[in-house]
Design a protein around this ligand. Structure first.
Ligand SMILES: [Zn+2]
Length: 146
C-alpha cells in the first residue's frame, strides 16, 4: 500500500515547493517555479503521483514560469527525469506504463521544438517511436465525430 500523503510531503520538501494548489483536472497541471508553486491533482495512483513529481521537478530545477519557445522539450524532459529519480530514491517503482505515459507527453513538445530549433539527441532518442499524446487525443476526437 503506497502512502501518497507521505510521498507528497517528501517530494515537496525535496523540491522546495511552498504552495500546492489542488486541482481536479490533471490536464491543467502546471508549475510556477518563481513562486515555488504547483497546480496538481491530489495523487491517488501512479499516474497522478508522477504528474505531481514532474511539476515538483520544474520548481526544483528553477525552470521559467512560462515555457520558452524552442526549450520546452528540454525543460519537460529534465522535469520528468527529476521525477523518475526522486520517485526511485523514495522507493517508488517507476513502471513501464508510466515511462510510456511520460514519453507520450514529451513527444508533443519535441515535435513542436523541432520546428523552431535544436532538440538534444538524448531527448529525441527518449521519445523515439512514441506517438505524441495530443495527436492521440486529436484522433480520438476525430473518430468520435465521424
Ligand atoms: Zn512539465
Amino acid at each position: 500500500m503506497i502512502d501518497y500523503h507521505r510521498l507528497v510531503i517528501l517530494l515537496r520538501t525535496r523540491a522546495s515547493v511552498r504552495t500546492w494548489q489542488k486541482i481536479d483536472d490533471a490536464d491543467r497541471s502546471e508549475a510556477w517555479p518563481s513562486r515555488r508553486m504547483i497546480y496538481a491533482v491530489e495523487p491517488t495512483d501512479e499516474t497522478t503521483l508522477f504528474v505531481f513529481a514532474h511539476e515538483c521537478g520544474h520548481v526544483a530545477l528553477n525552470h521559467p514560469d512560462l515555457s520558452v519557445q524552442g526549450k520546452a522539450a528540454r525543460h519537460e524532459y529534465d522535469a520528468t527525469q527529476w521525477a523518475f529519480s526522486a520517485l526511485r530514491r523514495l522507493g517508488v517503482r517507476v513502471s513501464p506504463d508510466i515511462v510510456r505515459f511520460a514519453k507520450e507527453c514529451l513527444a508533443g513538445y519535441v515535435e513542436t521544438d523541432l520546428e523552431c530549433g535544436h532538440v538534444p539527441l538524448r531527448i529525441r532518442f527518449f521519445v523515439r517511436g512514441v506517438k505524441p499524446a495530443y495527436a492521440e487525443r486529436h484522433e480520438n476526437r476525430k473518430d468520435a465525430g465521424e
